[in-house]
Design a protein around this ligand. Structure first.
Ligand code: 13P
Length: 248
């Protein structure tokens, strides 16, 4: 089994401030100093430059599928890169469900992020209803296939996948470690059937109501390589303790 470095990322969504960023930066530096865990923050786009200047590994929460042009309000991948971003979330369930992004649009964003030198973090996950109807695997497959259709499995080499069951996001209802592991294993096996090496190297993160109490057990699962943390990433002590727990 390939040894994958754990990765913990905070997704601040439409929250946070310059003050919070300053407060977090030195603690993040301290916890990631020994190189045993990758730590990043997906800050609101307006904070990307500030965050990168503080040497925080930084990501944007979405990017436009368009390179440039008359698209008022969009976030330009190349500019995020220029400001120092390393990662871009694509296909977060809030983008899919609130802003109507289809699998195809998400895949175009993935392509654009990668073309501009950002590492895409592809978010996938099923709704509660889809889970109840036994559609978890088919939904996630379609979300991943949309990217593979455009780039081949090789497109996933420089990327990260985050499994975020929609029913667990912001609800306090976490997937059990077994439920999460089952889906992570499914994702890895699906990719392994196309390219074993890529599958073994890929970091697959779990997201959905992760906190400092449940993170160790989740991260101990063999196919869970860390987490994408929403609410708890806005609290310094909780977030740092989650990062610590990923060190194993
Ligand atoms: P919560 O941790 O608040 O459930 O959010 C998860 C998430 O959406 C991270 O991207």
């Amino acid at each position: 089994m390939a040894s994958r470095k754990p990765f913990v990322a905070g997704n601040w969504k439409l929250n946070g401030s310059v003050e919070l960023l300053n407060e977090m930066a030195s603690s993040i530096e301290a916890v990631s100093n020994d190189q045993s865990v990758d730590v990043a923050l997906f800050v609101p786009a307006l904070l990307v430059g500030e965050s990168a200047k503080l040497d925080v590994v930084t990501g944007v929460q979405t990017v436009s599928e368009f390179e440039s042009g008359a698209y008022t309000g969009e976030i330009q991948a190349s500019l995020a890169k220029e400001l120092g971003a390393k990662y871009a979330l694509v296909g977060h369930s809030e983008r899919r469900h609130i802003f109507g992004e289809s699998d195809d649009v998400v895949a175009q964003k993935f392509v654009m992020a990668q073309q501009q030198g950002l590492t895409p973090v592809l978010c996938v996950g099923e709704t509660e209803q889809q889970r109840e109807q036994n559609e978890t695997e088919s939904v996630i497959s379609a979300q991943i296939d949309a990217v593979i259709d455009k780039l081949g499995v090789a497109g996933l080499e420089q990327s990260v996948i985050a499994y975020e069951p929609v029913w667990a996001i912001g609800t306090g209802k976490t997937a059990t470690p077994e439920q999460a592991q089952q889906v992570h294993q499914f994702i890895r096996a699906k990719l392994a059937s196309l390219d074993e090496q890529i599958a073994q190297r890929l970091q697959i993160l779990y997201g959905g109501s992760v906190n400092e109490k449940n993170s160790s057990e989740l991260f101990a699962q063999p196919d869970i390589d860390g987490g994408l943390i929403g609410g708890a990433s806005l609290k310094k002590d909780a977030f740092i303790s989650i990062c610590e727990s990923a060190k194993g």
